[in-house]
Design a protein around this ligand. Structure first.
Ligand SMILES: [Fe+2]
Ligand SMILES: [Fe+2]
Length: 332
């Protein structure tokens, strides 16, 4: 208990100079090292063939689905950055954990630039894409869900009470597990289904890179949440566990509604029912990663997703167990 305040996960001196070693949270530092190997830049991926696909091979429904995908991802990437910097960087003070938060913020900014690159290169209706998150009720509902978690936290950034730490934990689950671990994975499946039909291969290469980053963000988030719960077991009351479960079930409902709007008819061999089955499958994995019981019991209807991932060395969240999830968990 003789920890210097600056080494605490929460509530140390927010202005303390970064002194990394000895590490208290080696898993966080391991994630920083892994992230460095994932450095990439959007313009490395040519999109000429995607532009040709857009003009010559995509149907109106398929173009509309891509716009819906971009219309959600683009604003959410910047909201994740905002949450990292405004909600998390202040109360979280462990230096190696902050180091990862800073690295992740750069990656999220890179994702924003990546989707901007796609939006300005493909002949999408730019105004329509940017308006979707406010004008389309099913996109707006998902954004409202995320904003609720961040606004509630900004109003009262107090971690001195059980309720305050619970609010922080809610925020972590809402962003790392729901947004990055469920909403984004559902979007990745939609986008990568185009590659199954040999379409939009450039966009799908960018999605591969984003997915590689998001897998790591999710893994980091689960480590952070489990560490917070270990250090603050008082917050995990039965009522809190229930609100966490409800948060995830609410997110699944929002995602299912959104997917039905994106896919009123099956396109590129993908139906809303199949995609929503995948959402339920992924949501069960997330519940289990949080130590909660699975809610749906769905098998994975999109088996091809597991083979699409160019990230075997990272985290295989599509299996029933996380093969590499334990990397860096050797904290005492
Ligand atoms: Fe991102
Ligand atoms: Fe992310």
């Amino acid at each position: 208990m003789a920890e210097a305040p600056a080494r605490s996960l929460l509530g140390g001196d927010p202005l303390a100079a970064v002194e990394l070693f000895p590490l208290r949270y080696p898993w966080a530092y391991a994630h920083v090292q892994q992230a460095k190997h994932n450095t990439w830049f959007p313009e490395e991926v040519p999109l000429h063939d995607d532009v040709r696909d857009w003009h010559e091979r995509l149907s109106d429904e398929e173009r509309r689905a891509v716009e819906m995908f971009l219309g959600f991802f683009n604003p959410m990437e910047s909201l994740v950055t905002t949450n990292l910097l405004l909600s998390l960087y202040r109360p979280i003070t462990a230096p190696e954990v902050r180091l990862y938060l800073a690295r992740q913020a750069w990656e999220e900014a890179n994702h924003t630039m990546a989707f901007e690159y796609v939006i300005k290169t493909l002949p999408v209706d730019r105004a329509r894409v940017f308006a979707l998150h406010t004008d389309h009720p099913d996109v707006a509902a998902k954004e409202a869900f995320q904003r609720r978690l961040i606004e509630g936290w900004l109003v009262e950034p107090d971690i001195s009470t059980v309720e305050g730490v619970q609010r922080l934990c809610h925020n972590l689950i809402g962003f790392f597990v729901v947004l990055e671990g469920i909403f984004f994975y559902s979007g990745f499946a939609l986008a990568l289904a185009f590659r199954q039909r040999n379409l939009l291969r450039g966009l799908c290469s960018i999605v591969d890179w984003v997915l590689k980053d998001e897998s790591l963000h999710l893994s980091f988030g689960i480590h952070l949440i489990t560490t917070l719960l270990e250090e603050h077991p008082e917050i995990m009351t039965p009522a809190f566990a229930q609100t966490v479960q409800q948060l995830i079930l609410e997110a699944v409902e929002l995602e299912e509604r959104y997917n039905r709007a994106v896919l009123p008819q099956p396109i590129i061999g993908l139906s809303a029912d199949a995609l929503n089955g995948y959402v339920r499958y992924v949501a069960d994995r997330r519940l289990e990663e949080l130590g909660l019981p699975a809610a749906f019991g769905n098998p994975n209807p999109l088996k091809w997703m597991a083979t699409q991932l160019d990230v075997p060395e990272l985290v295989n969240f599509f299996e029933a167990r996380n093969v590499h999830y334990e990397v860096g968990r050797e904290r005492s």
